[in-house]
Design a protein around this ligand. Structure first.
Ligand code: UGA
Length: 418
């Protein structure tokens, strides 16, 4: 039976969730404060680049609004999908969550199931979200409405695929009918459904992201050693990955991890640990390795061009990973800042992220890939598939992401960890 679903926050998590739920027949209303975004969604245009999202929006009817009463009242389910960015100190900024709770509370009706999808640190839903909603609704959680935690594990660039093909669905619950409603919503999804406490569900999200970030920093550290020993770390990772206890994924060494999630979630977890007197040494060091990793590419560049001042340095890839226009915490940012600091002349190309990057770095030259290749040296910072098709013949290439064609064809080639 189609459910009436309200989604608060039409970012990549909220919009993808809304579009996918609408695609399986539910009535979806998205609420966001960004008027431009609302207009685009109502015109069936996606405000972000995310594979398959444009066609889902075209095909389905999703209503977008900035009016809470429209998206909260008369709903069976409400998903909270607003951002939880980092504050300057690294801890979590809950201002959007708090505003959302107040508005949900003011417009909430009996029997609604509220689902927390935003990443929030353990304890947040029980200690902050629930009391705020109760205060503004004058209703009681577990009796008049339900509140659950259902973290998302969507990778940007593959978010629609990941939503439709989850490897597990985590449902954190305590009292109320919400467990039944959410279980029914996910009935058609063929994967393990893991029921936990609310706090464990919150922690699963952070522990998963911290583990994956650590796994990458681990292989990068091994890669840094391999580089000195003249060993190809990709051969090593392949050999390790066949052990099912290790697994083959997330062992791609290079210039490190960025994006909207790993940097913010690791920092938030470290800060939470500090507040409780628990030193999260492994995660802290995973972050340290990641902070240093992008600058390895500059060290390698200088092996071939001692003084980069005034030299033309081409940059291929600006987004934090392929298939997205997102540049948040992209490894390209510290690298380009360093190149600018050393007075290099930068020519940059990215298939999707140039417009976003221009807002941060308006003065560097943006151009076609062929023009980028016509530089004193070229740095590869994102593993976009199309970089496998470029002509690297005769070029000096320093590769942070392992592009095979560059590896085989360039005149001088250096990989960051290989
Ligand atoms: C990550 C998680 O993978 C998702 O499961 C999670 O839902 C999401 O965060 C989130 O918390 O919302 P995402 O940030 O989209 O997803 O990107 P990833 O594909 O995980 O890549 C993150 C970074 O790690 C990228 O910069 C990528 O280039 C880098 N990476 C990834 C490596 O350097 N090596 C690898 O082997 C894998």
């Amino acid at each position: 039976m189609p459910l009436n679903i309200g989604i608060v926050g039409a970012g990549y998590v909220g919009l993808v969730t809304g579009a996918c739920l609408s695609d399986i027949g539910h009535n979806v209303t998205c609420i966001d404060t960004d008027k431009k975004k609302i207009d685009l969604i109502n015109k069936k245009i996606t405000p972000i680049y995310e594979k398959e999202l444009a066609s889902l929006l075209k095909k389905n009817k999703i209503l977008a609004t900035n009016r809470y009463e429209k998206s909260i009242s008369n709903k069976d389910l409400i998903f909270i999908c607003v951002g939880t960015p980092s504050l300057e100190c690294g801890s979590q900024d809950l201002s959007y969550i708090k505003k959302t709770c107040k508005q949900i509370g003011k417009n909430l009706e009996n029997e609604t199931t509220i689902v927390m999808k935003s990443s929030v640190l353990p304890g947040t839903t029980e200690e902050i979200v629930t009391p705020l909603i109760e205060k503004h609704s004058k209703l009681v959680a577990g009796k008049d409405f339900s509140i659950l935690v259902n973290p998302e594990f969507l990778r940007e660039g593959n978010a629609v695929y990941d939503f439709k093909n989850p490897n597990r669905i985590i449902i954190g619950h305590n009292r109320g009918n919400g467990k039944k409603t959410l279980t029914e919503l996910y009935e058609g999804f063929d994967c393990p459904k893991v029921y936990t406490s609310i706090r464990a569900a919150e922690m699963i999200k952070y522990a998963s992201n911290a583990f994956l970030s650590t796994k990458i920093s681990f292989i990068n550290e091994i890669g840094n050693l391999c580089k000195k020993l003249n060993i190809d770390v990709y051969e090593v990772a392949n050999g390790m990955g066949h052990d099912p206890r290790i697994g083959p994924h997330f062992l791609n060494a290079g210039i490190g991890w960025g994006g909207s999630c790993f940097p913010k979630d690791t920092k938030a977890l470290i800060e939470k640990g500090k507040a409780l007197g628990v030193d999260l040494k492994i995660i802290e060091n995973a972050v340290k390795v990641n902070d240093l990793q992008p600058l390895k590419i500059i060290e390698l560049l200088k092996k071939h061009i001692k003084n980069i001042s005034g030299k033309e340095i081409g940059v291929l890839g600006l987004s934090f990973k392929p298939d997205t226009d997102d540049i948040r915490d992209s490894r390209s940012i510290p690298i380009i800042s360093k190149l600018i600091e050393e007075n290099a002349k930068i020519k940059a190309y990215d298939p999707k992220a140039i417009e976003n990057f221009k807002k941060l770095f308006p003065t560097i030259k943006y151009c076609k890939p062929e023009e980028v290749l016509d530089s004193d040296a070229v740095l590869i910072l994102t593993d976009w598939k199309e970089f496998e098709k470029l002509d690297y013949k005769g070029k000096i290439v320093i590769d942070g992401r392992r592009i095979q064609k560059a590896r085989n064809k360039s005149r001088i080639y250096e990989g960051v960890c290989w």
